[in-house]
Design a protein around this ligand. Structure first.
Ligand SMILES: Cc1cc2nc3c(=O)[nH]c(=O)nc-3n(C[C@H](O)[C@H](O)[C@H](O)COP(=O)(O)OP(=O)(O)OC[C@H]3O[C@@H](n4cnc5c(N)ncnc54)[C@H](O)[C@@H]3O)c2cc1C
Length: 466
């Protein structure tokens, strides 16, 4: 399916419904949950009622062949509040990792446990990062060892969204440390399992409505069937690693898939901040005119507006590639996360500048957006790690992506389509004939040669030459 920015009616509805939810349900309580650093249970209930909190909803969005549904949803939701947005979508992150590794039976069993249902909601957590390092996931120290019909997990995790309060913890642990990330596997540790302990809830700079915790696992015993993918698959993967065959871990695969999803969350914060700054700048007057009339204010905002659209296009491209099953060749997922997160921080920071003193205090929401945006250059792979991933692809001299994605359309268009040599030669000949032929005879060929007429007033061209 070709990349398109035309939304389907279902996508249009999704955008409108999510935006309404963000505006009417999330925004009015965002400041309060942020200030109290409290988990927004009532908003989760409302999201569940609206159909935004169940595994099939995410299955549907991820399965959309255009790739746009998921980023569209994320941008609108996070436009409301990133902390509350994270609380709502955290189970989807755990589910995405689970889906990479689990058998169909395991997915059927555990996916509903990640969300529960309205009135009896459940939570899920993805537990990868550890105190000794989050970027270097090959070097994780949490261990899983087999004892009879059980796995026993020992280790220490930190920065875990929904950690300790989740009903389902998807835990990355090392079975064979010699094999790096390919000696690791994902395990389901249900909430309340003896040995799973929440050390503390972490106090954060931003996204404070979401719950983030430090956990320990001490001789934490789980049934053998809680190894995602099962024994045979793990053994095959580890054997391949021992034999030196290339491969990758489920966790790394999950991160690659979730990067455009996280990028779209940053776009939501960025858009909220940019809209606010622009509106403020039209209303706030200094030296007898709105500050937006001063180029010192409007030029940076113009640059940031262009950056935001560029970041969105990168995000949609990465999401479309993933949905179409095209491999990322030049780390297109990382490009989207890098650009969207850094753009969000710059926009939120500049929004504070535009609002002056009011921007620096809690009277206005811009300082919150700045605190929220900063997380996006850190989690799901820091900006430096995204650059490392992109940098590794630069040695590949492959041409730009559109050279490699297989073309679509009728085969004849290769010879007769726009820009083909045949058309060019025919047009040249027609013009030479037109110079000497009577006008009546040339009406038809002239239709082909004449400049194309503009599409009927679809957009407003506000170009000014003044
Ligand atoms: C609020 C929050 C929520 C989170 N949620 C989750 C979650 O739900 N589940 C989960 O598993 N994790 C989660 N994380 C963890 C997050 O993914 C890690 O914090 C992140 O990957 C960075 O790891 P680190 O903090 O250990 O930093 P480190 O890896 O110690 O990095 C420190 C610094 O060194 C840089 N650096 C490291 N390696 C390189 C390199 N090769 N080249 C250049 N620079 C490098 C980093 O970019 C960074 O600037 C969360 C984090 C936060 C803050």
């Amino acid at each position: 399916m070709a990349f398109s920015m035309t939304l389907t009616p279902a996508q249009q509805d999704l955008v409108e419904r999510t935006h309404r939810f963000a505006e009417e349900v999330i925004r009015p309580v965002a400041e309060e949950y942020d200030r109290r650093e409290e988990f927004p249970w009532p908003v989760l209930e409302a999201a569940a009622e609206e159909g935004f909190y169940n595994p099939l909803f995410y299955r549907d969005l991820i399965g959309d062949p255009t790739g746009l549904s998921l980023p569209l949803f994320m941008e609108e939701l996070f436009w409301g509040c990133a902390g509350i947005g994270l609380a709502i979508v955290m189970p989807a992150l755990a589910l995405s990792a689970m889906a990479q590794a689990a058998t169909a039976e395991q997915l059927l069993k555990w996916a509903p446990e990640c969300f529960g249902e309205p009135g009896a909601l459940k939570l899920a957590a993805l537990c990868v990062s550890e105190p000794e390092g989050g970027s270097d996931v090959r070097n994780l120290r949490t261990r899983a060892r087999r004892e009879g019909d059980e796995w026993v997990i020992d280790g220490h995790k930190i920065w875990i969204g929904n950690g300790g309060i989740a009903d389902v913890h998807v835990v990355n642990a090392t079975v064979d440390p010699e094999l790096g990330h390919r000696g690791q596997a994902l395990f389901i540790v249900p909430g309340g399992t003896p040995g799973l302990h929440m050390v503390r809830k972490l106090e954060k700079l931003g996204c404070r409505a979401s719950h983030t915790a430090e956990l320990t696992f001490s001789s934490c015993r789980i049934p053998a069937e809680n190894l995602l993918g099962g024994d045979a698959k793990l053994e095959r993967r580890m054997q391949k690693a021992r034999d030196g065959v290339n491969g990758r871990s489920s966790t790394l695969g999950a991160f690659e898939q979730t990067r455009p999803m996280v990028a779209a969350q940053a776009l939501g914060i960025a858009r909220a901040a940019l809209e606010y700054a622009c509106e403020y700048a039209t209303k706030r007057e200094a030296f007898g005119e709105p500050i937006l009339d001063k180029q010192g204010i409007s030029f940076p905002l113009a640059d940031l507006a262009a950056d935001l659209d560029a970041a969105r296009l990168l995000t949609w491209r990465a999401s479309w590639l993933a949905a179409q099953g095209h491999e990322y060749h030049h780390a297109e997922g990382s490009m989207s996360k890098l650009k969207a997160s850094e753009t969000a921080v710059r926009i939120a920071e500049h929004a504070i500048q535009v609002c002056g003193g009011y921007g620096y205090v809690r009277d206005l929401p811009v300082e919150k957006w700045y605190r929220d945006a900063k997380l996006y250059t850190i989690f799901e792979g820091t900006s430096e790690i995204q650059r490392v991933v992109i940098g590794r692809t630069l040695a590949d001299p492959a041409p730009p992506l559109h050279h490699r994605v297989p073309p679509e359309g009728p085969a004849l268009s290769r010879t007769l389509g726009r820009g083909t040599k045949t058309r060019s030669i025919v047009a040249g000949k027609a013009m030479r004939v037109a110079a000497n032929a009577p006008p009546a005879l040339m009406k038809l060929p002239m239709k082909v040669i004449a400049p194309p007429s503009k599409p009927s007033a679809r957009g407003t061209d506000q170009t000014s030459r003044s």
